[in-house]
Design a binder for this molecule. Structure first.
Ligand code: ADP
Ligand code: GLC
Length: 465
């Protein structure tokens, strides 16, 4: 039955071609697993430049002057298989959103309005069974889509909406009035009003975004669409994130051989310049943004010695926070290490060698890193938000607990959770018990992809009825 379904899946990021955050991993992980399940997924992304395809064909799209010329390059990509690239003026850049100095490209609005317009043209030309959009970068497609298939919009992060000047309302298409937002143009709000289904990337996030605290101004419109809104938890790529085969790790291990983590731990202690002793080792792998709550850990760093706990943090982003973390690393070299940057190999080693993984997020639509940590037998200590609630039952409250949850995103609550975690994990038998349980959970995309396939099928049946 599923073999006949063709889905146009549009995203601004796709691993490993263009990755800024979890959107890239989620798009690739879901797209590829859906293909394995027999859904014909057309992965569509901007042609940022320098992307090689084989067996390439190109198609010129019919778009208005402001959006063109828009051309599709379609072919086979070595990592993701079949791939459709959209080129339009301004899309090709060294980074999807940012200039080398870290600020956004001045023309980001027009770049992604053009991308949206091209997606709509492609959907009308090829008539897939379902059009699946992701986040604001693709949302404006629904302003132009007149005679299109049923549509799904996934919300990966409501904090980013791509709000632009109101003058875009004259250009983006016949449904532009849904995109009017306090005098401006909001590519996400319009998409949320018009999509047949809205998917939040975790069930908890699906309810949080309907509240003033979690809605980033869109809680009203989302509440109105409550019947169309559902949460489907992300997965992770369990081939990439596999401690039994991961080439980045000094020692590979499985649930039955989790003791071999000790070799990875030792290598990590050396990397961070920490002493080789039994004091627990926590890690953080993150973007440095307000969302991730790393500033909440700052007042705890001088206290680490008393917990006792050591912390290694890998992150890039906010320059002020990075400078603060550098100073703290100089001040407390025995307990805190900071590596600034985006380092895939080191990130694997930090999941593979640590005892604990910290995620003090203020909000977290889903979060992939806590799942990556658990897959590697590293116990998460998280805040009670979004996908963290859905993936990390507290080990002090549930027999089948997988981590430790701070009730609120404050230094005090995080400290209390860290105390509870260190107490539990200091006993080897308790630690091993939680580790094996976490490693045996199915974190793959198999179940999420089934849920999306069911959703597509439901829409298709509805459209035919
Ligand atoms: P978000 O998308 O909000 O940043 P997620 O947890 O969904 O958060 O996904 C982040 C992804 O990026 C994960 O795969 C994580 O391992 C990776 N990542 C984040 N920061 C870094 C970093 N500094 N170095 C290497 N990988 C990172
Ligand atoms: C966003 C969210 C993150 C989520 C990711 C993939 O970047 O911040 O929580 O895991 O998208 O859906």
């Amino acid at each position: 039955m599923l073999v006949s379904m063709r889905v146009l899946f549009a995203t601004a990021e796709l691993s490993p071609i263009a990755a800024v955050g979890g959107l890239a991993a989620a798009a690739a992980g879901l797209g590829i697993e859906l293909r394995r399940a027999g859904v014909d997924v057309d992965l569509v992304m901007p042609d940022y430049g320098g992307i090689s395809l084989v067996d390439e064909v190109s198609i010129e799209l019919d778009v208005p002057d402001w959006a063109g010329p828009a051309v599709v390059r379609r072919g086979h990509h070595v990592d993701v298989g079949a791939l459709t690239l959209i080129s339009a003026p301004g899309l090709a850049r060294s980074h999807p959103y940012l200039q080398p100095d870290g600020s956004g490209w001045d023309d980001n609005s027009e770049r992604f309005f053009r991308f949206g317009r091209a997606i709509a043209a492609l959907a009308e030309l090829e008539r897939p069974d379902v059009l699946h959009l992701n986040d604001w970068h693709t949302g404006s497609a629904l302003a132009a889509l007149v005679d299109g298939p049923p549509t799904v919009v996934s919300i990966h992060n409501l904090a980013y909406q791509g709000i632009a000047d109101g003058s875009w309302l004259d250009l983006i298409g016949p449904h532009a009035d849904h995109f009017e937002w306090w005098g401006g143009t909001n590519p996400l709000s319009g998409a949320l009003a018009l999509a047949d289904r809205i998917v939040a990337v975790s069930p908890r996030y699906a309810s949080e975004i309907r509240t003033p605290q979690g809605g980033f101004g869109l809680d009203g419109p989302l509440s109105e669409r409550a019947d169309a809104l559902l949460g489907i938890l992300n997965g992770i790529d369990t081939d990439v994130w596999n401690p039994a085969t991961d080439a980045h790790l000094p020692a590979n291990f499985r649930p039955a051989s989790v003791a071999a983590k000790a070799t990875n731990r030792l290598a990590l202690l050396e990397r961070f310049g920490f002493d080789d002793d039994p004091t627990l080792l926590a890690t953080v792998v993150t973007r440095l943004t307000e969302q991730k709550g790393i500033d909440l850990l700052v007042p705890l760093i001088p206290l680490l010695e008393q917990i006792p706990l050591r912390l290694g943090l890998l992150g890039s982003g906010d320059a002020v926070l990075a400078a603060q973390l550098r100073r703290l690393a100089d001040q407390y070299p025995h307990h805190f290490a900071f590596v600034e940057g985006y380092d895939e190999s080191l990130s694997h080693q930090m999941f593979g060698g640590a005892d604990m993984f910290l995620m003090p997020s203020r909000f977290e639509p889903c979060g992939l890193t806590q799942m990556q940590a658990m897959r590697y037998g590293t116990v998460p200590v998280v805040t009670a938000v979004g996908g963290l609630v859905d993936t990390v039952p507290d080990a002090d409250e549930h027999d089948d607990g997988l981590g430790f949850v701070a009730k609120e995103a404050t230094p005090e609550h995080l400290l209390a959770a860290l105390f509870r975690a260190t107490r539990r994990l200091s006993t080897k038998t308790r630690r091993t018990e939680i580790q094996k349980r976490m490693m045996n959970v199915d974190w793959s995309w198999v179940r999420p992809a089934q849920r999306y396939a069911e959703l597509y099928r439901e829409l298709l049946d509805g459209a035919k009825a």
